[in-house]
Structures are given as C-alpha cells and as structure tokens.
Design a protein around this ligand. Structure first.
Ligand code: 5GP
Length: 199
C-alpha cells in the first residue's frame, strides 16, 4: 500500500500468510467447538479486521459482541490499571465465550478481562489472539489460539495502529523507528507507547 510503504521497515507477515493462518485457526476452532454456539467477544479496536476474517472461517453458530478497554502506563512501566470504555451489550451467562484480541503483550489487559468475565457465569471462556509477544509477558495468561508469536517489535497493520494510523495496512509490518516519535529504541521502549494506545 503506497501510502504507508515508506513507514514500514519490514513486512513480518503478508496478507496471504495471514489469510492462510486464519484458515488454519478456523479449522481448529470449528473442530474444537464441535457444532456448539460460540459467543465471540471482539476487543476493540485492534481486533476488528482479525475477527471479521476469523468468524467467516468458523463453521459454527456465532454470536458477536464487542468490548473496548484501555491500559494505563506511568512512565515506562505498566501501572497494571485497565479501564473499560465499552462493555458487552448482552449477557454471557451459559455461553461459550471466545475472546478475540489483536495482540497479547504483557498480558495485563487480558488478565483483567478474564477476571471480569469469569464472574459472569459463562459456560466456557477461551482466548484467541492474532499475535503474541511471549518475551514481554508480565503475567501468565493461557492463550488457546495464537495466530503468530512475534518478537518484541512494535507492529502495525491488519487492524493494529500507531496513533490510530495503519489499521488498514493489509500486511503485518514493523514500523520504522523514525516514525515512532520521542523514542530512539522501539524494541526496548515499547512500553512507553502504551500510554497512547487505545486497543
Ligand atoms: P498488554 O496488556 O498485553 O500489555 O497490551 C495489549 C495491548 O497493547 C494490545 O491490545 C495492543 O493494543 C497494544 N499493543 C501491544 N503491542 C503492540 C504492538 O506491537 N503494536 C500495536 N499497534 N499495539 C500493541
């Protein structure tokens, strides 16, 4: 995509590789739920493109709802505080919930979400994340389905943003460091950006 090409250092996964991996996830999820209805909870805004493609590969009855949350950071370290900006519109009691995330980084957002949803009486709760950065984990979270494990890079595209840009970039790309304002080393300092990240 010409408009963003100069900002991207490297394409980590192109649109065909993403499509292929989502096909595989769809097959796996379809088999695991064995015809049961799935209540898909898409975490806004980063998972919008991923969830749209994923549910079309799930050969199952699917209900969809959304939640929006934001994480707060003080300086370069997470404060561990997560705020709900938009809650679910329907009840998950008795449902098979599948949380769909864009990326699990420290795991703090997901842990908070899980604790919040666990008390609402779901039949089951599973997690599907497009990406995971295992080296950055600060709290253990079990992710049932992972699209791709990645290194500690700041990535954009396929729904993921930097300052709300790049969500419509069709591939998953590593942003050039000079495009990330205020910091010299993206890899080391990616925590700092989270203050501005809305999920
Ligand atoms: P966690 O609570 O796991 O540390 O943070 C997860 C959230 O941080 C994600 O939902 C996403 O919004 C944001 N995030 C973490 N790493 C990246 C990244 O490399 N790129 C983008 N665009 N967002 C990220």
């Amino acid at each position: 995509m010409k408009v963003y090409d100069n900002d991207i250092a490297e394409i980590l996964f192109n649109r065909d590789e993403i499509k292929e991996r989502i096909n595989e996830l769809g097959v796996q999820i379809t088999a695991d739920y064995n015809g049961e209805e799935v209540f898909v909870v898409s975490i806004l805004r980063g998972s919008m493109l991923f969830v749209a493609d994923l549910v079309r590969k799930m050969d199952l009855p699917v209900i969809m709802d959304t939640m929006a949350v934001s994480s707060y950071y003080d300086g370069t370290e997470t404060s561990g505080k997560v705020k709900i900006n938009k809650d679910l519109e329907s009840s998950i009691t008795g449902k098979n919930v599948l949380i769909v995330e864009d990326i699990v980084d420290t795991g703090i957002t997901l842990k908070f979400l899980l604790e919040m949803l666990k008390v609402r009486g779901a039949k089951s709760i599973k997690i599907c994340s497009f990406l995971s950065k295992p080296s950055r984990r600060k709290t253990a979270v079990d992710i049932d389905y992972i699209g791709f494990d990645i290194e500690d890079y700041f990535v954009v595209g396929y729904g993921l943003d930097y300052n709300q840009k790049y969500r419509n970039y069709p591939h998953l790309g590593r942003l050039k460091e000079e495009n990330i304002k205020g910091l010299g080393n993206v890899k080391r300092s990616s925590n700092c950006f989270r203050f501005w990240w809305s999920i």
